[in-house]
Design a protein around this ligand. Sequence first.
Ligand SMILES: [Fe+2]
Ligand SMILES: [Fe+2]
Length: 370
Amino acid sequence: MTTTDLPDRAEIDATVKLITDHAPRVFVWDYERDREQLVTLYNRGMASQWNSVTDLDWDTDVDPERLVTTAKHPNAMVELARDAAEIPGSPFASWGDKEFTVLGIEALKAQLSQFMHGEQGAMMAAAKIVETVPWIDARYYAATQTMDEARHTEVFAKYLNVKLGEAYPMSRFLEEQIVALVEDERWDITYLGMQIVLESLALAAFGSMVRTIEEPLLNKLLRYVMSDEARHVAFGVLSLREYYEGLSGPELKDRQEFLAENTLRSRSRSVDPQIWERMDVDFDAAVPSLMEAASKRGKSAYAGFAKSFHSKLVPNVRKLGLLDANDGYLRRLWGEAGLLEYEFADDTGSDYATYDEVAKDRAAAATASG
Ligand SMILES: [Fe+2]
Ligand SMILES: [Fe+2]
């Protein structure tokens, strides 16, 4: 390759994001394996790794239009745009089924693109944990997770590239979250933000998509990714529970404030403006009718998703002791926000084996052949 093949500086600057990580790297001399639950999790992680080339059938013929029209629930953005079309003056008023189907395809591409970028962030966070966590069993596990996240990044990128078309850039919200976690000098904050908050968010997002999409390749891809994510959440709970037992009140308060900030701040879930660009819709002209349609609907279109996220997040945070530390500081804040009804909901902190669709498929295949 000659130097003329390289992209110019401006192009590189536009796509490369440099992050400065402030956490010290640790070399551990103690190889004693005394954290049994982490050993079990590591063994499970090794056994349930899947192969992105041979376990998924990439020859599956995917018709994006069919994928969207056969989905069990229409995309929330499409539903909102359909409602907005009823409002006089709305740019959607002239739309027919064809346009709404195209919007559904773009919304799916945008969502899968955020999954892809988020997975790369998870790969970086897991790699950072390998280098910064002071326990050998946690390092071993984080190394398997790094491989899992590489596979996840790769399969979302491949599905987008081969089956759907051009991906979308990373959203501002996701970028801010991930950069903050990778920069932080405290190793447990990377864990807390990634393994407890973002992994719960990912499990909820993948779960709602897998229940909707019938297209067999994407459905299986999501089921396999979720099998891994459930172990990742468990990893966070097992490691942090022990670490937080040894922290002081003010140190725990920092972690509680981190959680409050990351879960209560109202985040803009508005769809990437690029979607409207690709759809040839003037975003400013579309906003009033979308807002009106949303307020007529009353309940947020994302209420179901939020419920699913909180039912994974809150029980795990309780297990870490962070609800009740400092006289129930976080219990009070989350209580006011209505999150405590999920305190004893899903148990993703320990029932990762029930999510292991890879092991289930392998057992079924062994039974069928034997
Ligand atoms: Fe992942
Ligand atoms: Fe993960």
